[in-house]
Design a protein around this ligand. Structure first.
Ligand SMILES: *Cc1c(COP(=O)(O)O)cnc(C)c1O
Length: 377
C-alpha cells in the first residue's frame, strides 16, 4: 500500500526515554514518565487529577466503578461509538440506552437526551467524535437537573476545546486514549481525568488492585492493604516513556495534523460545493485536534465502491463504527431510545481518509487527486 490509513506517531525521542525508564530500574507503573504525563494532562486540561491507565477502555471502567454503576442502572450514550463506551458499563451490569446522533458532527443529539432519562439513569456518556466537542453546556445542564454523572469519552478529544474548556475536563470524569491510532500514543494506553478531588482516593485504589498502595508510596500510611475491590489499570513506565516523547511535542504534532486536515478541506471543497460529498463540520465555538478527516458519500453502496477504488490507487480508506444497537452485544445488552433517524444512515455514508503525523503534503495532494478522479472520472 502506498498510503496507509494510519501510521503510529513517532517523534524520535521515544527510544531515549524508554532507555531512561529502563536505566532507572523503574519499569512498572507510576514511575517518572507516568508522573510527567499525568501532570502534563492536568496542566493542559485544567482537570484536578489525571491518572494514566492501560487503555481508554480501562479508564472508562474506572469511571464506571467510581460512579458505582450497578445491575439495573442505565447509562445514556450514542450508538455511533466504539464498543468500549458501552462495554465499561455493561461489565457492571448496566444497560446502555442509545440515542440518535446529530448528522452534522456525528455526536449525540443533546436535544434527545432528556427524553431517555428514567429513574434508573445514572450517567450520560457523550463521545466527542473526531475530536469535535458535543454540546456540553446543554448536557451538563441536563445532568445537574437530574443528578446524573457525566463521563466524557474523549478518546479522540485530546487538545480539543469546547467554548474554551478542554474536552475530557468538562464532565465529572473524562477518558483519553493513547492507542496507536490516536493523536498521541503509547501503543496501548489511556488516562482518566477527574474534574474535582472527590474521586481521587477511590480512583487510586481501584487502579491499584483495591489497595492503598498510592498512599503508601506518598508516606501517608505505613503499610499498604487491600481496602476495596479493584483491578490493575496502571501502565508500565516504559509505555509512558513512549507517550512522553509525544506529549512534549504535542503542539508540533497537532499543527502537522491540522495542516493536513486543512489541506484536505480546501482541496475537496469543490466536490462538496457540487453536492458530491459532505465535509466535516466544526461549530465555531469548538477547536478540534485534527484527529480524523472523513467525508460522507451518497450511501453504503457508493462507499464500498469508493473504498475499492481508493485501494486500487494504493490508498487505504476505511469506514467506521457499526452502530452498537445493531451489533449482537448491543441487541443483547442495550436498547435504542427514540428513532434512529441518523445513526445508521450517516454511519453508512462515512469514510475516513488517511490521517497521521507522518502524512505528507504530497500524500494528501495525491489522495485528493484520486478522490477527484473517483467522483469526476
Ligand atoms: C479509541 C477509542 C476508544 C478505546 O480506546 P482504547 O485506548 O483502545 O481502549 C474508546 N472510545 C472511542 C470513541 C475511541 O475512539
Amino acid at each position: 500500500m502506498r498510503i496507509n490509513f494510519n501510521v503510529p506517531p513517532f517523534t524520535g525521542r521515544e527510544m531515549i526515554y524508554i532507555k531512561q525508564a529502563v536505566d532507572a530500574q523503574k519499569i512498572c507503573g507510576d514511575g517518572q514518565f507516568t508522573a510527567k504525563c499525568n501532570k502534563w494532562i492536568e496542566d493542559k486540561t485544567g482537570c484536578e487529577k489525571a491518572l494514566l491507565t492501560t487503555s481508554c477502555t480501562h479508564a472508562t471502567e474506572l469511571a464506571a466503578l467510581l460512579t458505582d454503576i450497578r445491575s439495573g442502572d442505565e447509562v445514556i450514550m450514542p450508538s455511533y461509538t466504539f464498543v468500549s463506551t458501552a462495554d465499561a458499563f455493561v461489565l457492571r451490569g448496566a444497560t446502555p440506552v442509545f440515542v440518535d446522533i446529530r448528522p452534522d458532527t456525528m455526536n449525540i443529539d443533546e436535544t434527545l437526551i432528556e427524553d431517555a432519562i428514567t429513574e434508573h439513569t445514572k450517567a450520560i456518556v457523550p463521545v466527542h467524535y473526531a475530536g469535535v466537542g458535543c454540546e456540553m453546556d446543554v448536557i451538563m445542564d441536563i445532568a445537574r437537573r437530574h443528578n446524573l454523572m457525566v463521563i466524557e469519552d474523549a478518546a479522540q478529544g485530546i487538545m480539543s476545546t469546547y467554548k474554551g474548556q478542554a474536552l475530557g475536563a468538562i464532565g465529572d470524569m473524562g477518558c483519553f486514549s493513547f492507542h496507536e491510532t490516536k493523536n498521541f500514543s503509547m501503543g496501548e494506553g489511556g488516562a482518566l481525568l477527574m474534574k474535582d478531588a472527590r474521586f481521587i482516593e477511590d480512583a487510586e485504589i481501584f487502579r491499584e488492585k483495591g489497595t492503598d498502595r498510592s498512599k503508601f508510596f506518598r508516606g501517608q500510611v505505613d503499610k499498604y492493604r487491600w481496602v476495596n475491590y479493584g483491578s490493575s489499570y496502571l501502565p508500565s513506565d516504559m509505555n509512558a516513556a513512549y507517550l512522553w516523547a509525544q506529549l512534549e511535542l504535542a503542539d508540533e504534532i497537532t499543527k502537522a495534523r491540522m495542516d493536513r486536515w486543512n489541506q484536505y478541506d480546501v482541496l475537496l471543497r469543490d466536490l462538496a460545493d457540487k453536492g458530491l460529498i459532505e465535509q466535516p463540520f466544526v461549530p465555531d465555538y469548538c477547536t478540534h485536534n485534527a484527529h480524523m478527516y472523513y467525508i460522507k458519500v451518497r450511501d453504503l453502496e457508493q462507499r464500498g465502491d469508493f473504498i475499492n477504488f481508493m485501494k486500487s490507487k494504493d490508498v487505504l480508506t476505511v469506514f467506521h463504527y457499526v452502530p452498537l444497537h445493531s451489533a449482537p452485544a448491543g441487541l443483547k445488552y442495550g436498547r435504542f431510545h427514540g428513532e434512529d433517524n441518523f445513526t445508521t444512515r450517516e454511519s453508512d455514508r462515512l469514510v475516513r481518509l488517511p490521517m497521521y503525523y507522518a502524512l505528507t503534503e504530497d500524500d494528501v495532494n495525491y489522495i485528493c487527486e484520486c478522490v477527484h478522479e473517483y467522483f469526476e472520472g
